[in-house]
Design a protein around this ligand. Structure first.
Ligand SMILES: [Zn+2]
Length: 188
């Protein structure tokens, strides 16, 4: 190539080339937003390990009975370096998730402790009343990473489980629909 073709017209003809360095970066700001993201495979493994039940254990050693309104909780808070791994995530009911956060961060701890006790009684009453609604596995399957159409399909297959089947039973049965070579499915 000749020096003339490099140093000549080509550079002069692109005065606006600085824009290349100032173009917006699509991924800017994403890492902070993704810090709380929990991958679907982690959610599924945590759900199965914790058996679809809150993992809070009281001072007397009694484990919380809650199987509804569960949340995926970071064992160590994201703000303190907690990671979204199977070992770093656990199931907690909403009341215990909030309770733990207050305890860890110390804000209004005693006040919250009283409220948590009251809240738990209320939550139990609400659970008892709404037990029927909470047997719908579709939102859980969505939470566990399945598409809406897959979730609806699996929920439909499990519709005929006995009325006494818990939400956990239903989610387990629905999950078995997605496992290849698993023959045992919902009993009608
Ligand atoms: Zn709980």
């Amino acid at each position: 190539m000749s020096p003339r073709s490099l140093a000549g017209r080509w550079w002069r003809s692109s005065p606006g080339s600085r824009s290349a360095s100032s173009r917006p970066r699509l991924r800017q700001g994403r890492p902070a937003a993704g810090a709380r993201y929990i991958p679907a495979h982690v959610r599924r493994a945590v759900w199965q390990r914790d058996q679809g039940r809150c993992t809070f254990v009281s001072e007397s050693g009694r484990r919380c009975e809650a199987r509804t309104r569960l949340e995926f909780d970071h064992v160590t808070e994201v703000a303190r370096g907690g990671e979204a791994t199977v070992g770093g995530i656990r199931l907690r009911c909403r009341a215990h998730n909030q309770y733990q956060a207050e305890q860890t961060f110390g804000a209004g701890f005693m006040r919250r402790k009283r409220e948590a006790a009251q809240g738990e009684a209320k939550a139990k009453a609400t659970r008892d009343v709404r037990e029927g609604d909470d047997k719908d596995v579709t939102p859980w399957l969505r939470e566990l990473g399945y598409r809406a159409d897959q979730a609806r399909w699996a929920a439909e297959q499990c519709r005929n489980l006995p009325a006494e089947a818990t939400l956990e039973d239903r989610v387990r049965a629905a999950l078995s629909m997605f496992r290849p070579r698993t023959v045992r499915v919902c009993h009608g």
